[in-house]
Design a protein around this ligand. Structure first.
Ligand code: 5RP
Length: 242
């Protein structure tokens, strides 16, 4: 029988290992303002952070959540959670930790598989240190051809926005809900258009170009805050790279 860790075991491992290593290395300390991501890799990290608060390792942590999923988890686990623009946070964070859908060797990312990339980007581009945690399946050579790039769009503008995205070479699909008839509606009340290209694209250039389309709220390329990346592997190891 193989001892290889499954993808979900790798997600749990990397979430808790990253929190412990960041504490050991002094990158997470008491009284910090921390952004917390969304998804099945971010959740184990949120749980581990709550444990390290409960066991007295950390005190005075102020968190900013990137979605309703994360807000509810913080409330349930007793992590004090604030708005990014609250007086307690003042629009600036010491660190943010989150998962990703794809990561290149240059640490450029696609995020938004959970439709949370608008708040994730707001929070993570406001953090002095961004930390990305992932299982090894998220490592890719290039972006654009495999995992669809999520683009959050004002519903009223969907037709002209899709036409503009198609001019940039994208094949577009409005994301459908699961256990909900019709399209996904984001935490911010918008639609998600998922985009795939026939050939790899330049995420640095397209991150800005897509956001210039009127009616686009935000896209899921993350290239502007260079992250520290932790990757869990099937053999049970967790590697990191900056
Ligand atoms: C949510 C995200 C998530 O970080 C991304 O989709 C990865 O999710 P998971 O950890 O569940 O694989 O960007 O919008």
């Amino acid at each position: 029988m193989s001892n290889a860790l499954s993808q979900s075991e790798q997600k749990k491992l990397v979430g808790s290992t990253a929190i412990d290593r960041l504490i050991e290395e002094g990158l997470i300390k008491s009284n910090m303002k921390i952004g917390l991501g969304t998804g099945s890799t971010a959740m184990p990290a949120v749980h581990r952070l709550a444990e390290r608060i409960a066991d007295g390792t950390l005190s005075g942590i102020r968190a900013v959540a990137t979605s309703y999923q994360t807000t509810l988890a913080c409330e349930e686990l007793g992590i004090p959670v604030y708005s990014l623009s609250s007086r307690e946070i003042g629009g600036q964070l010491d660190l943010a930790i989150d998962g990703a859908d794809e990561i290149t060797p240059e640490n450029n990312l696609i995020k938004g598989g959970g439709a949370a990339h608008l708040k994730e980007k707001l929070v993570e581009y406001s953090a002095a240190q961004l930390v990305i945690i992932a299982d090894e399946s998220k490592e890719v050579a290039t972006l654009g051809t495999k995992f669809p790039l999520p683009v959050e769009v004002i519903a009223e503008g969907r037709v002209p926005v899709i036409a503009a995205l198609e001019k940039l070479g994208a094949h577009c699909t409005i994301r459908e809900g699961v256990k909900k008839a019709g399209p996904v509606i984001t935490d911010n009340g918008n639609l998600i258009v998922d985009c795939v290209w026939d050939k790899p694209v330049d995420p640095v250039k397209l991150e800005d170009e897509i956001d210039r389309i009127t009616g686009v709220v935000e896209n899921g390329f993350f290239t502007k805050n260079h992250p520290l990346v932790f990757i869990a592997h099937a053999d049970g190891t967790v590697t990191s790279r900056a």
